[in-house]
Design a binder for this molecule. Structure first.
Ligand code: GLU
Length: 374
């Protein structure tokens, strides 16, 4: 086993590039996908949680609709994505289904991962799927994502997903087995780099503009993805998928580049929360709630004694104890107006107070940081 043995990662996001799944004529490589699904099943059986970010919708759909990708307009590609996505996800459903694993299609736009309100929604959905041992198969919602607002490449989308679900590893499978000092396609002197601990201008320069014929992202988007993931405490692996069972191969020591994250996802999230300058409001907590938070629990409405400020769901609020001392920060699950109505109520009174079912917590334990000051 290499240093990378996947067993040390609990939650993995695996990004599958189009060039692996789809051949030059736009046909899905079913036997490869089945082997990938076999690997996913092995990992799931060993207790890992896996999310797949898969490209391929545009490539498959272009062949189904007879669209020439090189000459197509954006709306043609969007139409292609709509037709291709059905086939793509159906293939995942069948291949994972052979292992009795349920696949779920999740289509996202950048808004869903960049806007904090929607970020929380997407996150809860993905968490629920993982709780039920479902494998989310994620792609960009190409049919509505226009040129100005789309990711355009799934490397960065996958990094955002890794950040969203606090994954500890992001695996970018494509037709390259890692980062080289120069483009290995055009330079014999190019040397493979097995480990990167920080991304600097030199790293970015090495990534250059290497591109593959079928996929969208090159090495540059992979390094950008690694940078996003590393800041979120998630290590990133660039590895070749041009072999059957690519995840098993990685586990057995196949060549790759690993970008090591220095913090854990939880520590990185807390560090980010602690540093947010834009605090939109305050929740004052009773002593019982402060203790519950220090014991690692979420903040429930019953522990909130006062609400102030002007915040919406997903905004950062300051958490105060009864003496008014700032003891931490958290992402509000409710707006200020709703939080005011819920303060002091038991969780089973939420529905009556709001007129809809609502969420049980005011601030989720994964979305808060406590200072060591009271
Ligand atoms: N969302 C695109 C597709 O499914 C792929 C983007 C990419 O290649 O990274 O075809």
């Amino acid at each position: 086993m290499s240093e990378l043995a996947l067993s040390k990662y609990r939650r993995l996001v695996v990004k599958v590039g189009s060039s692996l799944l789809v051949d030059d004529t736009g046909h899905l490589n079913r036997s490869w996908l089945q082997k990938l699904a076999d690997d996913v099943a092995d990992l799931a059986t060993a207790g890992h949680e896996i999310l797949v970010v898969s490209s391929g919708a545009v490539a498959i759909g272009s062949s189904v609709l007879g669209i020439n990708k090189q000459r197509a307009r954006l709306e043609d590609l969007q139409a292609a994505a709509a037709a291709g996505q059905v086939q793509l996800v159906h293939a995942y459903q069948e291949c994972l289904g052979l292992h009795n694993i349920v696949a779920a299609q999740v289509l996202l736009t950048p808004d869903d991962t960049e806007d904090r309100r929607r970020f929380l929604n997407a996150r809860r959905t993905l968490e629920k799927l993982l709780e039920r041992s479902v494998v989310p198969v994620i792609n960009e919602n190409d049919t509505v994502a226009t040129i100005e607002i789309r990711y355009g490449d799934n490397d960065r989308l996958a990094a955002r997903i890794a950040q969203l679900v606090m994954a500890d590893a992001l695996i970018l499978l494509s037709d390259v087995d890692g980062l080289y000092t120069a483009d290995p396609g055009s330079s014999d002197a190019a040397e493979h780099i097995p480990v990167v601990t920080s991304i600097n201008p030199e790293t970015l320069a090495m990534a250059g503009e290497t591109r593959s014929a079928v996929g969208t992202g090159g090495m540059a988007t992979k390094v950008q993805a690694a940078s996003i993931a590393m800041h979120a405490g998630c290590s990133t692996v660039i590895a070749s998928g041009v072999i059957p069972n690519p995840l098993r191969a990685l586990d057995d020591g196949a060549r790759c580049t690993i970008f090591h994250a220095s913090a854990t996802p939880a520590a990185a999230r807390k560090q980010w929360l602690a540093g947010v300058l834009e605090v939109r409001g305050e929740l004052q907590l009773d002593d019982g709630a402060v203790k519950a938070l220090r014991d690692g629990n979420s903040l429930l409405p019953v522990g909130v004694v006062a609400v102030s400020g002007n915040f919406r769901r997903g905004d950062v609020v300051s958490l105060k104890n009864v003496s008014g001392i700032d003891i931490g920060r958290g992402l509000a699950e409710y707006s200020e107006e709703e939080a005011t109505r819920l303060a002091g109520l038991q969780s089973d009174q939420i529905e009556e107070a709001l007129g809809y079912r609502g969420r049980a917590v005011m601030v989720h334990r994964d979305e808060l940081v406590l200072f060591d000051n009271d």
